[in-house]
Each structure stands twice: as structure tokens, then as C-alpha cells.
Design a protein. Sequence first.
Length: 317
Amino acid sequence: MNISVVIPLLNEQDSLKELHHWIANVMASNGFSYEILFIDDGSTDQSWTTICNLKQEDPNVKGIRFLKNFGKSQALHAGFAQAKGDVIITMDADLQDNPEEIPELYNMITKQNFDLVSGWKKKRFDNKLTKNLPSKLFNWAARKTSGVTLNDFNCGLKAYNKNVVKNIDVNGEMHRYIPVLAKNAGFTNIGEKVVQHQARKYGETKFGIERFINGFLDLITIWFISRFGKRPMHLFGALGVIMFIVGFGFAAYLGIDKLFFNPYGRLITQRPQFYIALTTMILGSQFFIAGFLGEIILRQKNNKTRYLIKESLNLEE
């Protein structure tokens, strides 16, 4: 199979039929074999009914329905696990991503040997104050922190070599940082393509300004995981040892000063330096223990399921 199109969605019943026909026409005109995986992330409208009806029209349509809203990252994780294509395309369901971009994205993966190609919505139709300016700030911070030089981390339209999606773990709210996850996994040939952005035709956006706050918090998380995720002792252990040595040095100084230079002066416990030394040694010990526990936890494989599927449609068991 040439292409798997993975589409996470939440309450997009009005756009699904038009989106499906648009994708199907692009695939047919280019002679691609394909599947369309709709991942219903707990919609409360008629999105799942629409997907079931589309499956009756097109056997290439497949679907997964979550028991409740688990988030876009979990939806992509489920879609990646089921995707059978050599190239996986992700796109949003709101018709703001243009399926006409799919052939060129496919060629960049198969002919130019990119591991991942991310769309860049250079010209946007969003509100400049609430989305464009925060997005530019977020993308700048992401580039500086991760070392991945993309202009638009948030673009949902991306193409992947199948080896990428089968070897990265998209969890939490890390869908914004899939290129960073891919780079950390060793897939360094990451490209970018300017894509056409379209104004939303139906419904309202599901993302508010809070997504950028969450995005920056996730950026800190992925920076830490990238640097120290496989060796937490290198950070916490080092901090712990340094703080303990500093605290012990203060304590030794106070002891020597009391014994040899000022035996009849104030008690050590009456000096503020004593409490600084004590606190620093305690914190240093705690940091060291945190690093040690992190190493133990890291060695325990976590197989906990992060979402519950209510129904699936046209998937191979």
C-alpha cells in the first residue's frame, strides 16, 4: 500500500464527507493505493455515524472510535499503530489542510528520501493576535531548544516514512513535537514544505490560547527528556553531589572555625550559615536519590494503555 492518511478528529461531522471525497479524488487521479484512518477522539456529534457511512461508500475508509476524548497525541498513536502504508500522511479534519499537497509530500519521502516532511503554513487565515503571534513565538522557542529548524511545528499536515511512525512513541501532548521525537530516535533527514492553508469552513477551532501555554510546558519536558531522559542520574546525581559538597564545605568551615579560631563565640546552631549548610546537604541528598530512583524507573518497561477504544471499523485483527 502506498499511503495511509491518518486523521484525528473531534466533532467534525460537517467536514468529513467533503474531506473524504477530496482525498479520494486526489488518490485516484495519482493512481495511489491508500487507506484513510479516521480516529474519532470521543466526538459527541454524528462524526462516527458519518465515518460508518463513508466506509459503506469506500472500502479504503477505516475508523477507530475512542471511549472518550483522550487527546490528539493518543489519536495519532492509535492511527500510527494501525497504519499499513509505506508513507503515512497526517492531516486535520477541519478542511484547513489541503489534500492536493499529498502527491508532492509522498514524492519527498519516496524519491528525495526524507524521513519526515512537515508542512509550513506560511500564509495563514487565523486570527493574527490569538494564533499567529503566539505561534511564531512558540516555533522560535521550539527551534532554539530542540535544534530542529522547522518554521511550523504545529502544522497537522505531515508526511512520514513508515519506519518513523513505527519507532516513535507519541504520548501526553507531544504531537506538536513529533519531528523532535523523530530526531531523538535517529531519523535526522527532516524536511519542510510550504503548504496551502485554508480558512475553516465548518464549526469552530478546538484550540485556544491555552494550547500555547501547554506547548511551552511540553517543550521544557521534551528538552529534559532529550537531554537526560535516558540518564537522569547525570542531572539529578550531579546536582545532588555538587549541593552536598557545598553544604558539607560550609559545615566543615563552621566546625573548624568553632574548634580552632572562636571556641568561646556563638554556638554553631546560632549562626545562619549552619542552616544554609544543613539545607544544602539535605537537598543534595534528595536530588541524588531522585536520580537514583529515576534510573530504576527507567529500567521498568511501561506497557500501560493510554486510551480506550470503543469501536473500530474495517481494521484487520
